[in-house]
Design a protein around this ligand. Sequence first.
Ligand code: NAD
Length: 423
Amino acid sequence: MTTLAAPTHLRENPFRIAQDQLDRVAEAFAIDQNLVNVLRQCKKAVVVSIPVVMDDGLIRTFDGYRVTHNIARGPSKGGIRYHPDVTLDEVKSLAMWMTWKCALMNIPFGGAKGGVVCDPKRLSQAELQKMTRRYTSEIINEIGPEKDIPAPDVGTDPAVMAWIFDTYSMNKGHSVLGVVTGKPLNVGGSLGRLEATSRGALYCIREALRKQSRPMADTAFAIQGFGNVGSFLAKFLAEEGARVVAVSDSRGGVYDANGLDVSAVLAHKQETGSLEGLRGVDSVTNEELLLVDCDVLAPCALEQVITSDNADRIKAKIICEGANGPTTPAADDILEDRGVLVLPDILANAGGVVVSYFEWVQGLQEYFWKENEVNARLNDIMTRAFNETWHTYEQRGTSMRLSAYGIAVQRVAEATMTRGLYP
Ligand code: NAD
């Protein structure tokens, strides 16, 4: 197993964390060690080099990955990340978490993930497009609507998905709508996909507050990350009457104990590309944001931000993991001891892959649904998964994370047993 040179946001090897989590789940749910041995590894990992002629005429090569963790329950599904800190082990961990997420949602997908080591903010649109098209060509034999279906993640968006869709389709000689999800609406995207991860997190938070008989209107939220997931979550929470006291992006955040004017924050970010310079609010660092006085903390940026260094100082009583892997296992133990309710990533941020599933189904049928149909079906699936997890949590007295992972890993293990090990 490779561990690449210490990147900035990954203090621990994320793939080792994912494997340790699986071991814990296997022990708690008495899953056959033979199956665990299979599930601890990724089925396939492809490493590619992506040469690009840059705007200045020089050629730069970027490292890219596409990893499939498991396909026992269906074709593999998972986003593509463009970020300078991407490593193969990070992509492997994210691929494994996708397997559990799809199983928990009970949708017919396995898990995968992709990544390119780059800083998309420093590339021109032309460079980004060339890099995306070449990366797609390099992994073209790995992806496909019946095989492995990418989607957006950190640093990628509908425009990148459109280039992947087009590159794949040009090579096949016809439009293949089902090859990628998170596409723009005018080329086969689904209504509601852009906001789906945040909407799913909102449905989860709503259920958790209901269980604690706490009204949304009295609840204070702090949100780390103001990209796709964090910004729509802030918008939806404000629309529900909640108090969003703090938000941040990679450069830092803003805080107002009385509640931010979220529409003003969104407008400022859209106009200036930053949260800096917003009037009438206090500035907070990303570290401070995690510790502000609030009821619900939603990490919606990167992994390993809640650690043994800060877990005992977090004031929130509920953590909603919009990001994948934001809490380290050591922090998890501290939070559990302190009675903090953690809504785990594979539950809380699964709305994106659920609506990606809807987009894939719509693309295969070439028949598109209304937005309220998409949202109602998303609510059904999220609420069912939340209640199944809650039931296990209450029945077994395990954390929400262990409960969610337990349900998911059991489903994948059962599918593997039913299919049998080939040959
Ligand atoms: P994005 O690129 O749209 O936004 C990421 C945000 O995080 C940006 O605001 C960025 O400034 C901020 N950020 C980056 N580095 C940071 C740092 N060190 N500290 C604080 N903030 C930082 O990405 P996204 O799609 O919103 O994804 C965010 C998280 O949600 C990731 O963990 C991703 O895997 C997860 N997720 C995304 C989706 C989806 O549909 N997009 C689905 C499920 C999970």
